[in-house]
Design a protein around this ligand. Structure first.
Ligand SMILES: NC(=O)c1ccc[n+]([C@@H]2O[C@H](COP(=O)([O-])OP(=O)(O)OC[C@H]3O[C@@H](n4cnc5c(N)ncnc54)[C@H](O)[C@@H]3O)[C@@H](O)[C@H]2O)c1
Length: 249
């Protein structure tokens, strides 16, 4: 098992990529803290993992709240005595060009996608420093690497995640903490409804992907697993692109 006895907290784990990561981590022997702002969905994932023979607890966590983060990290450490892995996965998409983006729209996306990751990293660093080991995986996107034709704040927020990740990697490597980002192209989750409102825009994007299809949430989860496991012990500050060849053109 690749994560045997590790304790892993995953944000936004009630659906999509976060749920796939939580389930995969549990099958690899991790004790998983399933967190989400949505309690019902989070408890369902907790149930599924337990029925599959894995270990999971659900904690309600709004990633935009510093108080929520401190409570979640304290509860985890009180219950398990450690916190080895943080996956900052919670996020939202917003389809809007610059002139369609109002200040409240910008603030909403930056608050969740960028500040949420900052708060998560800041909450776990003291615990990981004490342990002199730890691993953070931040969910960015191909939108954090390239400009968007129809998204603005989303790309800015995912670009922020990319460089926040590298700063953390540089600052805490000496304390045994690794930090990497993952950059998926579109993956088949609930979020895609917001990204591609109609079949035409969906088909146009698929046509740009050399592998000719969108990813599954499970395919993204496998890449998160690699970065969270000791197999990537020499990998920090890197960006793992999982895009079917989209940005290779
Ligand atoms: N699906 C894609 O095409 C794609 C591509 C690249 C990157 N991503 C990124 O992957 C991550 C997961 O997205 P997904 O595709 O699984 O979408 P999703 O909508 O299925 O999952 C997002 C999760 O975040 C949770 N969430 C929303 N606001 C929250 C908050 N304030 N606090 C805690 N949780 C909150 C939601 O309840 C949900 O469970 C996001 O960061 C997204 O930007 C997705």
């Amino acid at each position: 098992m690749r994560l045997k006895d590790k304790v892993a907290l995953i944000s936004g784990a009630s659906s999509g990529i976060g749920a796939a990561v939580a389930r995969l981590f549990a099958t690899e022997g991790a004790r998983v803290i399933v967190t989400d702002i949505r309690e019902n969905g989070g408890r369902q994932i907790e149930d599924i993992i337990r029925k599959d023979g894995g270990q999971a607890v659900f904690l309600k966590l709004d990633v935009t709240s510093e108080e929520n983060w401190n409570r979640a990290v304290n509860d985890t450490v009180n219950q398990f005595g450690r916190l080895d892995i943080l996956v900052n996965n919670a996020g939202m998409y917003q389809r809007a060009t610059l002139d369609q983006t109002g200040v409240p729209d910008w603030d909403q996306v930056m608050e969740l996608n960028a500040k949420g990751v900052f708060l998560g990293c800041r909450a776990v660093i003291p615990v990981m420093k004490r342990a002199r080991s730890g691993c953070i995986v931040n969910m960015s996107s191909v939108s954090g690497l390239t400009g968007g034709s129809y998204s603005t704040a989303y790309n800015a927020s995912k670009g922020a995640v990319r460089l926040l990740t590298k700063s953390i990697a540089v600052q805490y490597a000496a304390q045994g903490i690794r930090c990497n980002s993952v950059h998926p192209a579109p993956a088949e989750t609930d979020m895609l409804v917001d990204v591609f409102p109609d079949q035409q825009s969906r088909s146009a994007r698929i046509a740009e992907i050399p592998l000719g299809r969108f990813a599954t949430a499970e395919e993204i989860a496998q890449c998160v697993l690699f970065l969270a496991s000791d197999e990537s012990s020499y990998v920090t500050g890197s960006e793992l692109i999982v895009d079917g060849g989209l940005t290779a053109r």
